[in-house]
Design a protein around this ligand. Structure first.
Ligand code: GRF
Length: 203
């Protein structure tokens, strides 16, 4: 399954997906790393690893649709069949999302449906929750919604800071995102409404 990873920054989830996809029995290959920021650290790392890379700078487009049309052309040129958003910080329009319906995953740093959006670790700490985590899910037009493929939980410690909590959640992201892509790419899960059946509970 020819997969593109879409990033905007650091790209540590990209690293995890690339590493996992190197296994000979992995059902997806990373055929392209695409960034909307030409200066994303993840992009230069991917380049250095010898991956196919591209940057589509959203700032030079008049609007979201023009930007996305350009993304779409590039993805088609690389014969991409599946997308993984990994710290991709642009909202996608229903036009783009519907084109990739059932063929696009995202990783989010909270146990959805709790803490959609930004600053999830800070908000979780403020609320005093004892369990926090991350979610790999299919992308639908609504931000941070969509059928959940995998989740992992971490305990919140009394002395956690947003940074320390983020670091522990990130380790789990790196573990479950490749698992989620494996499950979906191998066709082992099926989507029924908002539910993904066959997913691992303790991924
Ligand atoms: C991760 O925490 C991910 O869950 C969120 O953005 C962050 C990206 O980190 N969507 P990285 O670029 O993968 O290192």
């Amino acid at each position: 399954l020819r997969t593109a990873i879409l990033i905007s920054g650091r790209g540590s989830n990209m690293d995890a997906l690339i590493a996992a996809a190197r296994a000979p029995d992995y059902p997806a290959e990373v055929a392209l790393v695409l960034s909307n920021r030409p200066d994303a650290p993840g992009l230069s790392r991917a380049k250095a690893m010898g991956m196919a890379t591209a940057a589509v700078d959203h700032k030079i487009y008049a609007g979201r649709e023009e930007f996305e049309r350009s993304l779409q052309l590039l993805l088609e040129a690389h014969r991409i069949e599946f997308l993984c958003l990994a710290g991709f910080m642009r909202m996608l329009t229903p036009w783009f999302v519907s084109r990739w319906s059932g063929r696009m995953l995202n990783i989010h740093p909270s146990l959805l449906p709790a803490y959609r959006g930004l600053d999830t670790h800070e908000r979780a700490l403020k609320d005093g929750v004892k369990i926090h985590g991350c979610t790999a899910h299919f992308v639908v037009p609504q931000l941070d919604e969509g059928p959940i493929v995998a989740q992992a939980a971490v305990r919140v410690a009394d002395d956690d800071t947003p940074e320390s909590l983020a670091a522990r959640v990130l380790q789990e992201e790196h573990r479950i995102y490749p698992l989620a892509l494996r499950l979906v790419a191998s066709g082992r899960v099926r989507v029924e409404g908002n539910r993904v059946l066959g997913a691992l509970r303790d991924a």
